[in-house]
Write a protein that binds this ligand. Sequence first.
Ligand code: SF4
Length: 347
Amino acid sequence: MKTLLDKLYIENDLSERELALLLQNMDSESEKQLFEYSSMLKTKHYGKSVYMRGLIEFTNFCKQDCLYCGIRRSNSNAERYRLSKEEILRCCEEGHVLGYRTFVLQGGEDSHYDDSKIIDLIKLIKSNFPDSAVTLSIGEKSFESYKSYYDAGADRYLLRHETASKRLYEQLHPGMSFENRINCLKNLKKIGFQTGAGFMVGLPGQTNEDLAKDLVFLKEVKPEMVGIGPYIPHPNTPIGKNSGGSLEKTLIMLALARLLLPDVLLPSTTALGTIDPLGREKALNAGANVVMPNLSPTNMRKKYELYADKICTGDEAAHCRKCIEGRINRAGFEVDMSRGDHPSKQA
Ligand code: SF4
């Protein structure tokens, strides 16, 4: 395995078959080597910096019915909420005072927030906080909608592909098409967004070959950001009784993503902190370099429960900022409050 790892480190590329083989035969020694390589590449491109993004979960209404998601439309137990424009701006204001220079607006696919409302929101945030980046994470839209958000000033868009296996994708996303998902990602790149793809680890029925496909897919699309998190079952979903993804496998996938796309922006996700108290720190050591503390109002946070037992739902924004900064420092890294654009998009 050492030869394959060395090849990956030097060439930043492996075939799908080689990646599957690597995953199949990963032992503790190879893991150690993998994390050394991924740390070295992260340090080469970003030093000790960890970028902070302020996350605002502004609506948990969603017209989609993804089988793993706690806010899927068929979950009648989900308590629905929407933040008003004023509430969203207040979250940005509070975040800006705390030093955040990226706001991530995340929500379900909620038709209440039509294009004109989203455009209005982007323009307001950009005019109130001109030194800040706006990231959207609001699902599948037409090329024209994406373009109108970009023209209004949005800088980045997150749309995880969730899995690059068409078979798994279509099992998990009733009424949605794998081709459309891929097309959306291609459109976002074409328009000029710093684009985030990404996937879940440990989905029911997911094989090492499927995960190798995810990595090859990343290499093909070349997203500026990659979100990789463990699948965590939510009890009020049709697949909620399955077991979830492991910390170890998720860390391996993060490290492999760093080796394939050395300068990618790679979040250490809250989901990792949920399955292991030190999951986020371990992700930073495996190659991640972004964290996304929550700026949403505390009384709404529990309601945005994509998966079970999500952490940090009761903490004020200022507390989150301090807590995560302490964790980052203790792990040997430094908080960077700048916009943190991808190197290819820096002015
Ligand atoms: S994963 Fe996203 S699109 Fe699917 S139900 Fe949940 S919020 Fe909606």
